[in-house]
Design a binder for this molecule. Structure first.
Ligand code: UDP
Ligand code: MG
Length: 321
């Protein structure tokens, strides 16, 4: 299909999703073909194979045989969800915009028409927000709620319960792609840009098959990237801690000298240990906060690519079977 005919790109990062991809394709395709038939514009589904080690490439190749709009971008190694999304955005041809969604059916394809209807009304960004996520584990819901609260307390603008299921217009995509930030967390970067946006609520589905690719460690990494990426408030908090600590020390000294002068020196092992340990941990904490930002600076300076593309089915010669 010539690029000019692609009005919409659907970018789907997939890491070891061989089990669920056939079901995903079977539910997504009718929704998009329906738009096509109603003359609402051509589309491409750009699955970003994030260095899968299972049968994902084979399954995708098979699906592509009778689905001309399916395009596969294969990354050389597992780059992570956010980098895979960025890779997809960078290559998506959608003239009007791009929808990003998960491959595991937790973002139900049937919600797509509602998202696109909102986009047609002229919104540059449409967030699909999880109005009901009772299928997620209690731990996941708790950590997510805490995370979004923290982000907002620190000045981030993420809409509550919005993951990476969203529509972004071509203008927004191009703006995001111009940002030089290496480890951008898209769900926080996009709201910060300030484009006209709206939300569409949906019921979070259960994972179609396979296991989550977001163990606790990765979730923590994402949270840290999100916080350091969208706010410098922790740095300021560290300075505030320092200021508070200095004030407290001053008061303690006044008290110590006063009691010394009055001859009522307090026996002080416990208090000494408490102060030393308290100050020590506070210093480590502030150093850690500082380290996070310095680390980000360093990574940014190294300027290594966050992903490498191994192949793009668009660039392969057309084969007919
Ligand atoms: N994913 C990816 N690369 C990764 C981890 C995840 O492309 O390194 C994809 C995954 O295939 C899925 C989406 O990102 O389409 C969300 O991941 P998952 O469903 O495992 O996360 P959860 O819904 O459990 O938070
Ligand atoms: Mg999932």
């Amino acid at each position: 299909m010539p690029p000019s005919e692609v009005a919409l790109s659907v970018v789907v990062p997939a890491y070891d999703e061989a089990e669920v991809l056939p079901a995903f394709a079977a539910r997504l395709r009718p929704v998009l073909d329906d738009r096509l038939e109603r003359g609402l514009g051509g589309y491409e589904v750009l699955v970003v194979d994030d260095g899968s080690t299972d049968a994902t490439p084979v399954v995708l190749a098979r699906l592509r045989r009778d689905w001309p709009q399916l395009r596969v971008l294969r990354l050389r190694a597992n780059a992570g969800h956010q980098a895979a999304l960025s890779a997809g955005l960078a290559r998506a041809r959608g003239r009007e915009g791009v929808v990003t969604m998960d491959a595991d059916l937790q973002d139900p394809p049937e919600v797509l028409p509602f998202v696109l209807a909102a986009a047609d009304e002229g919104h540059d960004v449409v967030y699909a927000v999880r109005a009901d996520r009772s299928v997620d584990s209690a731990l996941k819901r708790l950590t997510a709620a805490g995370f979004y609260r923290l982000v907002r307390a620190l000045g981030g603008r993420a809409p509550a319960q919005a993951g990476d299921f969203r529509f972004t217009s071509r203008e927004v995509v191009d703006t995001v792609l111009q940002l030089p930030e290496a480890h951008r967390v898209l769900r926080l970067v996009v709201p910060d840009l300030g484009f006209a946006s709206t939300t569409v609520g949906y019921v979070r589905g259960a994972r179609g098959a396979g296991r989550t690719k977001y163990p606790l460690g990765r979730m923590l990494r994402l949270s840290l990237d999100a916080i350091t990426g969208s706010s410098t408030a922790p740095l300021r908090l560290a300075s505030l801690f320092g200021l508070g600590g200095a004030l407290l020390t001053f008061l303690l000294l006044v008290y110590a000298f006063a009691s010394f002068a009055l001859g009522t020196t307090v026996p002080g092992w416990t208090s000494t240990v408490a102060v030393v340990a308290g100050v020590g941990t506070l210093q480590l904490l502030c150093l850690g906060v500082l380290g996070e930002y310095v680390g980000r600076l360093y990574v940014q300076l190294q300027n290594r690519p966050t992903y490498l593309v191994a192949s793009d089915s668009l660039e392969e010669p057309q084969t007919r079977t």
